[in-house]
Design a binder for this molecule. Structure first.
Ligand SMILES: [Zn+2]
Length: 444
């Protein structure tokens, strides 16, 4: 199955695209730039969405739904908003076979329509705060697209909150940033740096843009956000044989592969395998018995490895005679015999261990590929490496210097970390005074 998939070290970008398609996460749609999220990919998305949704609701958010179409006048109300989005928008000019009196934009974000409704609903400070979240699809016309990472239509979540005071609004933003950080680390097993975007990188119209930045296996940064979660999830952990999914987001935790020759062995092995599967019913651990007759066990091993199922149980006649099965971990490939009557406990214990191990591995990788840099020659050399990684370097805070740095090195300032300490120094590029270090990297 893994045949024909380029190794990560050979062509990371092609490797990614192949994995996405072969693991049946997504496929290209008839419309250029759009994708079909296939059932297996959507099952992962549902887990992402459900986990985040529960966390949002814990913070007092409620869900609502706003329309797909936005009147053109709304888009034009704020010059900055229209400048930023208009070139990326799909616009509907006809409806019901007639030209429309006012063109309708397919939402690139719901901000304008949500705030127009808030204007109607908020009579006084007593109506505040409003904490509304929306799960929706948005459209941004893209010239260069990439499955999950950049597509013309994508699924996302947008929270728009209204507060009585500025400090309360800031407090709310930081609370949500912490929710995203916790989700990335606890569910995706992807460590992130929380920070603030520089003036030139911030979202149009925003006072400040907060972000979480993660490092992928090729040492590039990815700003994690709902639309990117699936891409980040794939890129952060997977290997040359396919997906490696953190158990908390895996649609299927365990696959049982029966091994047999002839009808008598088949009956005996399948009976034990089915009993094992049934033992997990209602436990929260999802188990599938792959009893297909038309493909070999080896073929099944490869297929489920490609799909990133965390644990595989192999069970054959010799195992049965010895009262055991073989348990194989997807992340480490560790393979060990486990007594049949201890298997359920072992699996229940191993899944959270794998979740932890993935985070630990990602943390170690990030630590090994994050370096302080003081001078521009070293910075440039670092960005030329196969795995450029994150650089912590002093920066003067000037937009012109940032633009030049990007032009000269293709790297960007990913964020000003929230947890940075004041550290007077000299800007890595221009030598002007710097108040502290920022995170610089090449990015997606
Ligand atoms: Zn500078």
């Amino acid at each position: 199955m893994a045949k024909g998939i380029p190794k990560r070290s050979e062509d990371y970008s092609k490797w990614y695209t192949e994995i996405v398609q072969r693991a049946e996460l997504a496929d290209y749609a008839p419309v250029k730039g759009c994708m079909v999220i296939r059932p297996y990919g959507y099952a992962i998305w549902e887990r992402i969405r459900d986990a985040l949704d529960a966390m949002f609701k814990e913070t007092g958010h409620v869900n609502a739904y706003f329309p797909l179409f936005i009147p053109e006048s709304f888009m034009k109300r704020e010059a900055e908003h229209v400048e930023d989005f208009a070139p990326q928008c799909a616009v509907v000019t006809h409806g019901g076979g007639q030209p429309l009196e006012e063109a309708l934009y397919v939402r690139p974000t719901s901000e304008t329509v949500i705030w127009s409704m808030y204007g109607k609903w908020i009579q006084s400070w007593r109506d505040l705060p409003i904490l509304i979240n929306q799960w929706a699809n948005v459209v941004r016309w893209e010239m260069r697209t990439r499955l999950f990472l950049r597509t013309t239509e994508f699924l996302w979540q947008e929270g728009h909150t209204a507060h009585a005071t500025e400090p309360e609004a800031v407090e709310e933003t930081l609370r949500m940033l912490e929710v995203y950080r916790r989700f990335a680390e606890d569910f995706m097993a992807v460590p992130v740096i929380t920070g603030v975007k520089t003036e030139s990188e911030k979202f149009a119209g925003a006072v400040r843009t907060y972000c979480i930045e993660a490092m992928m296996q090729d040492g590039r940064a990815l700003q994690a956000g709902t639309s990117h979660y699936l891409g980040a999830l794939i890129m952060a952990h997977s290997d040359d044989d396919g997906l490696v999914l953190p158990p908390k987001l895996a649609p299927l935790h365990v696959v049982i592969i029966p091994i047999f020759k002839g009808d008598a062995e088949r009956a005996a092995v399948l009976e034990k395998a089915a009993a094992l599967r049934n033992a997990f019913q209602g436990s929260g651990v999802t188990v599938r018995l792959d009893d297909r007759d038309n493909v070999s066990p080896g073929w099944k091993f490869n297929e489920w490895e490609l799909k990133g199922v965390p644990l595989r149980v192999e069970i054959g006649p010799r195992d049965l005679a010895a009262g055991r099965a073989v348990l194989v971990r997807r992340d480490t490939r560790e393979k060990r015999p486990v007594a049949l009557d201890a298997l359920k406990d072992d699996i229940t214990r191993t899944l959270p261990e794998m979740q932890q191990a993935l985070l630990a591995r990602a943390l170690q990788f990030r630590a090994e590929n994050t370096r302080p840099v003081e001078d521009y020659a070293s910075f440039k050399a670092q960005m030329e490496r196969d795995i450029p990684g994150f650089v912590n370097a002093p920066w003067c805070g000037e937009a012109g210097c940032e633009a030049a740095l990007q032009e000269e090195t293709k790297a960007t300032i990913r964020c000003i970390p929230l947890e940075r300490s004041a550290e007077p120094g000299a800007c890595v590029r221009c030598g002007k005074p710097s108040e502290g270090r920022v995170v610089m990297a090449k990015s997606y």
